[in-house]
Design a binder for this molecule. Structure first.
Ligand SMILES: C[S@@+](CC[C@H](N)C(=O)[O-])C[C@H]1O[C@@H](n2cnc3c(N)ncnc32)[C@H](O)[C@@H]1O
Length: 468
């Protein structure tokens, strides 16, 4: 194209030169043309391109508009027809899509509503009649009696093994002791005794008890509202003071059970003769639930008793001034002697700063004082043995050590026979007649508030408590 263009320019230049020769030359331009011939750059122009473009375009249009060799439809004609057919095509597609959606909806409806078949159609029912096609001579079935017998034996052996295992497990599983479910028996349960002049009164087994056996059930003699956090405030102190004093006024046995508290409240302890003459030791058993353990009297010598109450008699003034100090005395008495329903620790174990469990600590709850159960003294649990990981229950000579009882207040666990606010005493190991009943006050020695003189602490053979 470039060569063609250069040639055209050359021809045009020659034509101009010839033209100049035939025309007049003006003086001013004379000789200039001759010496300075310009190179003229000219494009081919639109006309040129149009002319040359039309030819192939016409050819293309011509060829696509021609029918095929065998009279087929020309390409151009096909295009026009396709464009014309678009409407029909879309209509057909829409019909197909609509039909598919309708069918899907129908199927879905059918699947959701049709009930499931309860039987399975066999592809060919003769399947039941056929035997194994392998290793079976024509007209015969294999005799599988031996196989059946083998698996029958295997099944019987397995069943026998299971039965033996179950029986072994059942014999190993110890049935809970019968006594654990039974309320205390209507038999002598406890006897009152004087442990020594420091510890004071205590309760002693009046017969043998088996581990887990219930010893007695007792109703409270004083019930007051108690709040672990607001124990010492005017409302609670007044409530406790009134309850403690009126219990004393109603029954002299209360003064026998708590001589120290009543001397603090201005009441003289009774003499031994007065107690015996009025049968006040026996009256200490008056709140036992009938049929749930009996008090077998008291075993206390006169001179020891007089020596013991002498310490309280010395302090006792003769009147009860209702001052704040006496309210405090009553409140302290409740803290020392009361038990809370549902709790397995007594109120003293819930003293200020205690982290022992009490359902809702800011709530007012009932705290109960009992006549007999309040005489049960504390015994320390021996420290855990590092080798066994348990607290020893026997000393080196095989004698039982540690507390031998536990208590529950109200219904708890299997002790469903316990009445609301009542206390039940339970043997936590076998107890011999004459043994002192003890339980743990729930704190270690440093927090007890008195110098512990329990067997665990004082018996040389056990003596382990000293390390606490
Ligand atoms: C709930 S009373 C038990 C009955 C008490 N012995 C009495 O005569 O009133 C608790 C008080 O008994 C005394 N006590 C209980 N267990 C004791 C122990 N292991 N060692 C020394 N004193 C104990 C303490 O004076 C304690 O405050």
């Amino acid at each position: 194209m470039s060569a063609f263009r250069q040639r055209s320019v050359q021809l045009a230049r020659q034509a101009r030169t010839t033209g100049a020769r035939n025309t007049r030359s003006y003086g001013s331009s004379h000789g200039h043309d001759h010496h300075h011939a310009h190179n003229v750059e000219e494009s081919l122009g639109t006309g040129f391109y149009v002319t040359f473009g039309v030819i192939p375009a016409s050819y293309i249009v011509y060829s696509i508009s021609r029918p095929g060799k065998n009279g087929e439809e020309s390409t151009l004609h096909k295009w026009f027809r396709q464009i014309g057919d678009y409407g029909t095509q879309w209509e057909t597609r829409n019909h197909i899509v609509t039909a598919a959606i309708e069918q899907a909806a129908h199927d879905r409806h059918l699947l959701n509503n049709a009930s499931q078949k309860k039987t399975i159609e066999l592809r060919y029912p003769e399947v039941f009649q056929t035997g194994s096609p392998f290793n079976v001579p024509a007209g015969h079935y294999a005799n599988i009696d031996k196989v059946v017998e083998h698996y029958r034996q295997q099944h019987l052996t397995e069943e026998e093994r299971k039965a033996k295992k179950l029986a072994a497990a059942a014999s190993q599983q110890q049935a809970p002791p019968e006594v654990y479910h039974q309320p205390p028996q209507d038999l002598p349960a406890v006897r009152i005794g004087l442990v020594n002049e420091v510890i004071g009164l205590g309760l002693f087994a009046a017969r043998d008890f088996a581990k887990d056996e219930y010893v007695l059930q007792e109703a409270p003699v004083i019930t007051v509202t108690f709040n672990r956090l607001r124990h010492l405030n005017a409302k609670h102190e007044m409530n406790q003071f009134a309850a403690v004093v009126s219990a004393h006024e109603l029954d002299h046995s209360v003064r026998v059970a708590f001589p120290g508290v009543y001397s603090d409240l201005g009441r003289m302890p009774f003499t031994y003769d007065y107690v015996v003459a009025n049968d006040l030791f026996s009256r200490l058993g008056r709140n036992l639930v009938p049929g749930h353990g009996q008090l077998a009297g008291a075993d206390i010598e006169k001179d020891r008793y007089e020596a013991w109450i002498g310490q309280f008699a010395r302090d006792a003034p003769f009147d009860i001034p209702k001052t704040a100090r006496f309210r405090e005395v009553a409140a302290e008495f409740i803290r020392q002697y009361a038990f809370i329903e549902g709790s397995e620790v007594a109120v003293y174990a819930l003293g200020r700063g205690s982290n022992l469990p009490l359902a809702n600590t800011t709530k007012d709850v009932s705290a109960n004082v009992y006549l007999l159960a309040s005489l049960i003294n504390h015994c320390c649990t021996p420290p855990v043995d590092k080798t066994t990981g348990k607290s020893p229950t026997e000393d080196d000579n095989g004698r039982p050590i540690g507390p031998n009882c536990a208590f529950r207040v109200g219904r708890q666990g299997l002790a469903r026979f316990v009445l609301p606010q009542h206390i039940v005493v339970q043997a936590n190991r076998d107890i011999k007649e004459g043994e002192q009943l003890t339980w743990s006050y729930g704190k270690d020695r440093s927090q007890l508030g008195f110098s512990c003189l329990c067997d665990t602490c004082t018996t040389a053979a056990s003596g382990r408590c000293h390390v606490l």
